[in-house]
Design a protein around this ligand. Structure first.
Ligand SMILES: [Mn+2]
Length: 321
């Protein structure tokens, strides 16, 4: 692992222009690690460009560099590309997958099933976030974080650990967060206030409509919440603001698996699962063609809500735990 980090540091030293990409539907770690890496590379004099296939959610637009994320990859040559947090190469997005004007590719990831598609692959499932891996590389380079780098990487760690609640919140996550706080000159509250205490009013108005759909199955061991397109229309919201809704059914005592039904079209639902840890929800999602990880998985099911629930509840009931 240390050897790989040194090769990556050398690759950075040998490069001038760097393209950074992360996964579609970017989350806090995808955005935080990408912008943090870009801030580090710019601070050491590199030309760094961040491309994300999907827009940066409103929640993360306060991060330094968020306004410079490109939705289209500039048509020019890059010495190096960093692909962050993708799990599978195709999740880097159609544009990047078809892009060939790169000399070398570096893959930083902490997903269990990450493909080794890079010239160098730094994959460590022990890392709480991809932002941790970026921090390891920047530290190995000898970089003392500036405030932009520190804020972005801190947000990657904070969000991927569920604010230091998940079991991946290991010693390195805490120590890196501590180093970043100090280097960046911000407090935990400065960031928490932006991420968790500044939600738009209409998000709560949407939640008010979603909560009455709460349903328990499997003797209270699983619970679901539903958001329909009618609810979006009534509150002038969209799917972006449903982030975190699935945590409400999961937070109930006795519930091991939370299910979130999110309507995409009249007869099409996105189904998301979250586990407290005892149940592998990827196995449930696979039963109807979906996929994911042990604690977070999902897929798309066609049909009206009753039909979709019948299929999904059947898959949940069929799993023994
Ligand atoms: Mn991640």
């Amino acid at each position: 692992m240390t050897e790989t980090i040194h090769k990556i540091v050398d690759a950075i030293r040998e490069s001038r222009s760097v393209l950074i990409v992360s996964h579609e539907g970017p989350d806090g770690d995808a955005i935080g690690s990408s912008l943090g890496l870009a801030a580090f590379l710019k601070a050491i004099g590199k030309d760094a460009v961040v491309h994300l296939a999907d827009p940066v959610p409103e929640l993360y637009r306060f991060l330094p560099g968020a306004d410079q994320v490109c939705s289209t990859i500039p048509d020019r040559d890059f010495d190096l590309a960093f692909v962050l947090d993708v799990g599978e190469f195709r999740r880097a997005g159609k544009q990047f997958c078809a892009f060939t004007r790169i000399s070398r590719t570096i893959n930083l990831d902490h997903h269990l099933t990450c493909e080794e598609f890079g010239t160098f692959n730094l994959i460590d499932v022990q890392a709480a976030a991809t932002a941790i891996l970026v921090w390891r590389v920047a530290s190995a380079y000898g970089f003392v974080a500036d405030s932009a780098t520190a804020i972005c990487l801190y947000v990657g760690i904070l969000t991927d650990t569920g604010s230091f609640r998940y079991s991946n919140s290991n010693r390195e996550a805490f120590s890196a967060a501590g180093e970043l706080l100090e280097a960046g000159g911000f407090t935990a509250w400065d960031i928490a206030e932006k991420l968790y205490e500044s939600q738009p009013r209409k998000r709560l108005e949407l939640l008010v409509r979603a909560l009455p759909t709460l349903e328990f199955i499997k003797n209270g061991q699983a619970a679901s919440l539903t958001v329909t397109t009618d609810m979006y229309a009534a509150t002038a919201t969209d799917a972006e603001l449903t982030d975190g809704f699935v945590n409400y059914p999961r937070s109930v005592q006795g519930v091991e698996v939370a299910i979130f039904f999110r309507q995409l079209e009249e007869r099409r639902f996105k189904v998301g699962f979250r586990s407290k840890g005892a149940v592998n929800v990827a196995a449930i999602a696979q039963a109807f063609g979906g996929g994911g990880h042990h604690n977070a998985a999902g897929g798309i099911v066609d049909g009206d809500l009753d039909e979709v629930k019948r299929i999904v509840y059947g898959a949940v009931e069929a799993i023994r735990w």
